[in-house]
Design a protein around this ligand. Structure first.
Ligand code: NAD
Length: 474
């Protein structure tokens, strides 16, 4: 049984109490992590404030920050196999996916390293008597609250641009998966990140998460997680008008037309809803299929789901466990409710046979807009399918939830794809490949899926504020 510590103000710090970490593939507790206290939080905030006041990151040559980020990326790559093995144990995910997560984390640092020396303002002409220009300044202390499904890559997604812009960062790591993420702190430490520029705390959400969100001396909150928690954080932030980036949940739909390439679609279904056991905010959790190919597509999806292997992440099985016993119960309860409300079970809908928290890949057909399974996030390997008759009906159904994270169109008609990409209410639209795009493409939602953007060049500007300098020439 290993024990892990928090990274506070440049040191690894223990605590009098700890949080147990469970392997979802077996249900065994295999590690503990120091449970950060409110006193630890205060230490992290004052170290971050000292770092901000020293201007060590914000006033150096931007190229030096870029160098620092490149070094962090190198350190992440160096520790990625050790970190990935840990991610498999605590998260249940496939080893290859955990390795991809570390590779992606390194890419975020490289990508934003390349931008650190290009955060340029503009000159605004005001006539002969004035000089006017803008500059971008870091917020100061960026608090980043991270969920358990992709803790390493989601942490890097916000940490890298925040540091590139010269902020100090306090990460609240997720209680269920607090271990692999600590390797990012190790990488930052080894790369020479100044003391206080990063603290990483594993405390509980209601204590340290809420404590940070309502703290009187922080300057920004970046939250990735569920809608109810996001709402609570927004209330806290409103008290001091602290700016937020909110990356929340989704109920995203793929719209499949009769002229779609069905083999290509099946690859997208496999990634879209069964990758990471469906625990992806932008999962393809609904599929709307043109009626003439509805039965054919349902049969193909059933065949795909029934052919998937189920097992532990170390074995690189297709379907890995969901995060916890609670998550498993919630997913199965959502399946039961769907059946009570009239959806038809095609396959799955029950727990897997192994020990641990498995849910069989599940396909439900004939869902409808009034059903809970159509409207609410499941966060498991569960796909709901329904038919549509007209193009307009398809867009309306896809837009028929309170969420708006991503959407997909599968068709060989470019005009229809372009019409759909305008009609769909989502932060990102995939055409003919679910998860097309990458760390270079802006990501974020509308509606209950949140606001603000991560990834891409645009995300860097989530971590700076504009200052205008207006000068009268005498
Ligand atoms: P969650 O909201 O339960 O927890 C997220 C984080 O918030 C955790 O670190 C938790 O400790 C903390 N937290 C809990 N209560 C808090 C409080 N009162 N104040 C401050 N912090 C608190 O979410 P989860 O179950 O970890 O993650 C799943 C959810 O995250 C899903 O809804 C999923 O769609 C969403 N998600 C969104 C994205 C995205 O980029 N849009 C990415 C991944 C996950």
């Amino acid at each position: 049984m290993s024990h892990w510590q928090n990274f506070i103000a440049g040191s690894w710090v223990d605590s009098s109490t700890s949080i147990e970490v469970e392997n979802p593939a077996t249900g065994e507790i295999f590690a503990t992590v120091a449970r950060a206290s409110l006193a630890d939080m205060e230490t992290a905030v004052s170290a971050a404030r000292n770092c901000v006041n020293s201007k060590v990151l914000s006033d150096c040559r931007p190229a030096e920050r870029a160098e620092l980020l490149y070094r962090i990326a190198g350190e992440i790559r160096a520790i990625s196999s050790e970190g990935a093995a840990l991610a498999v144990l605590e998260n249940g995910k496939r080893l290859s996916d955990a390795e991809d997560e570390f590779a992606e984390a390194a890419r975020y640092f490289e990508y934003y390293a390349g931008m650190a020396d290009k955060i340029e303002g503009v000159s605004i002409p005001l006539g002969a008597d004035y000089v006017d220009y803008t500059s971008y300044e870091p917020f100061g202390i960026s608090v980043q609250i991270v969920p358990w499904n992709f803790p390493v890559s989601i942490c890097a997604r916000s940490l890298a641009p925040a540091l590139a812009a010269g902020n100090a960062v306090i990460v609240k790591s997720p209680e269920l998966t607090p271990l692999a993420i600590t390797w990012l702190a190790t990488a930052c430490q080894r790369a020479g990140l100044p003391e206080g520029a990063l603290s990483m705390l594993c405390g509980t959400g209601p204590e340290v998460g809420a404590g940070l969100a309502s703290h009187g001396d922080i300057d920004q909150i970046v939250f990735t997680g569920s809608v109810p928690t996001g709402r609570a954080i927004l209330h806290a932030a409103a008290e001091r008008a602290v700016p937020c980036v909110m990356e929340l949940g989704g109920k995203s739909a793929a719209v499949v037309f009769a002229d779609a390439d069905i083999d290509q679609l099946m690859d997208s279904v496999n990634w879209g809803i069964f990758f990471n056991a469906g625990q992806v905010c932008s999962a393809m959790s609904r599929m709307l299929v043109e009626r003439s190919i509805y039965d054919q597509v349902v049969d193909r999806v059933a065949e795909l789901a029934q052919g998937l292997t189920m097992g532990a992440g170390m074995d690189n099985a297709d379907i890995t466990p969901v995060m916890s016993a609670k998550q498993q119960q919630q997913v199965l309860a959502k399946c039961d409710l769907a059946l009570e409300q009239g959806a038809q079970l095609v396959t799955g809908g029950v727990a897997g046979g192994q020990s641990g928290y498995f849910v069989q890949p599940t396909v439900l057909r004939d869902i409808s807009a009034e059903m809970d399974i159509f409207q609410s996030e499941v966060f498991g390997p569960v796909l709901g399918i329904m038919p549509f008759d007209t193009e307009q009906q398809a867009w309306d159904l896809a837009n028929g939830t309170d969420y708006g994270l991503v959407a997909g169109i599968f068709s060989n008609d470019i005009n229809r794809c372009l019409r759909g990409s305008r009609a769909l209410r989502a932060g990102q639209v995939f055409v003919n490949e679910w998860y097309a795009g990458g760390i270079e493409t802006p990501f974020g939602g509308t509606g209950l899926s949140g606001f603000g953007r991560e990834k891409g060049q645009e995300a860097l500007y989530s971590y700076v504020q504009t200052k205008n300098i207006a000068i009268r020439i005498s």
